[in-house]
Design a binder for this molecule. Structure first.
Ligand SMILES: [Zn+2]
Length: 402
């Protein structure tokens, strides 16, 4: 059996499990997820795994080994709205394929393998991300369970309707011996591997992230009557800021910074902009770099606002530290890849972020066309998937020898 082709076919099959006709939308605890589970259960069993489901709705396929410890593999099965086929499911399918390979050869490793197919990473239904891995890490609380979806259904009720018991979620926390590690295969969601001409890359770290909301407040006025020298134009200041953000990030290796939303008020062709609201998102695998850039950018915002006699209000929204991948797992993944091994940072968050609270983590990125993700145009090559299956298999062999 050509395992890479099987993985591709399975990603196609899962893409038909959707809430929406003609496009892929698979939220947490939905009918489409129920259909996806039917397939995934079957594939896990075919690979020799025993399958259980926890309360939040993660499928857990276990392939016993000769020892007592466990290596965790996995990714998520949920999707964004109008998604591509590979963000999430690819990692689950590659993990199952790697176990299938052992099962077909009648091989057992000195440790058990557990494939985690997470119930939610994207947070489409409840606007709260990483529900699946947070449950495994013991970080899903009462506040989360009280959240409601667009129809007013609480998360607790959604879990109940999906066959779980929200009152015993804490029992699903990983409670055995500390796992040997958690390894996740995921599409890159960026263009770096494609530019390097490489099928896979070993992830060095998952970037930390800071988010802010900034409002510049000037004075609205008639676009025809207020002379240029008398204006307090909030958009002029905001535009300096946007370009300052670009320049600051471009000047620092591995940093990205984005103003993704900008609202001009009152927003009329013949009115000087009196107020501009914007968002700032700064990411880097180096926390000190990120913090320094944020301090400087917020200082810059105040300085240019003062210069133009415009007010500025800064609201910090969230901050998440970078998560380093384990040097030993990363080293083995590089060794497993052999020639052409390259390390790349991850700008996007992944389930591995929460799994890092219970074990060492490692990630393997698979090249995706044009770096496109969260889009039906997501595309990966079968040959690249074959490389990912090989690297994961060889990684497990190397780990077994240690
Ligand atoms: Zn993902």
């Amino acid at each position: 059996m050509n395992l890479a082709q099987t993985v591709m076919d399975r990603c196609d099959e899962l893409a038909t499990c959707s809430e929406e006709e003609g496009r892929l939308t698979r939220p947490f605890a939905s009918d489409s997820m129920r259909r996806a589970h039917k397939h995934v259960r079957k594939w896990m069993r075919q690979a020799g795994m025993t399958v259980t489901r926890d309360n939040v709705g993660n499928l857990r396929g276990r392939y016993e080994g000769s020892g007592t410890r466990t290596l965790l593999l996995g990714s998520h099965l949920d999707s964004v709205r109008d998604a591509g086929k590979y963000d999430g499911p690819l990692g689950v399918m590659v993990a199952i394929a790697a176990v299938q390979k052992l099962h077909d050869a009648g091989e057992r490793l000195p440790f058990a393998l557990e494939v985690l197919a997470f119930a939610d990473e994207e947070g489409l239904r409840f606007g709260s991300t990483y529900l699946g891995s947070r449950s495994v890490a013991g970080r899903l609380g009462e506040d989360d369970l009280r959240r409601t979806d667009g129809d007013g259904v609480t998360m607790a009720e959604a879990i109940r309707r999906f066959g779980g018991d929200p009152t015993t979620i804490a029992d699903d926390r990983w409670s055995g011996e500390r796992p040997l590690g958690y390894v996740e295969v995921h599409i890159e969601q960026g263009p770096v591997l494609e530019k390097l001409g490489l099928p896979v890359g070993v992830v060095s770290a998952i970037a930390g992230q800071s988010r802010f909301e900034i409002t510049f407040t000037g004075e609205a006025g008639h676009a025809g009557t207020v002379p240029m020298g008398h204006r307090r134009d909030a958009l002029v200041v905001a535009s300096w800021f946007v370009d300052g953000v670009r320049a600051r990030a471009e000047g620092t290796e591995g940093m990205v910074a984005t103003v993704g939303r900008l609202e001009v008020r009152p927003g009329a062709a013949n009115v000087i902009p009196g107020e501009v609201f914007l968002t700032l998102d700064v990411r880097s695998a180096h926390d000190e770099d990120r913090r320094l850039a944020c301090d400087e950018l917020l200082g810059f915002a105040s300085k240019i606002a003062e210069h133009k006699k415009v007010g500025v209000a800064i609201n910090p929204v969230s901050e998440r530290a970078a998560v380093a991948c384990s040097p030993s797992i990363t080293g083995l993944l590089r060794q497993a890849r052999g020639e052409g091994a390259v390390e790349v940072p991850s700008g996007a968050g992944h389930d591995a972020v929460y799994m890092s609270e219970i074990t060492d983590i490692g990630m393997l990125f698979v090249r995706c066309k044009g770096g496109i993700s969260h889009n039906p145009a997501e595309s990966v090559e079968t040959e690249d998937v074959a490389v990912a299956i090989d690297v994961l298999g060889r990684f497990m062999e190397l780990l077994a020898r240690e």
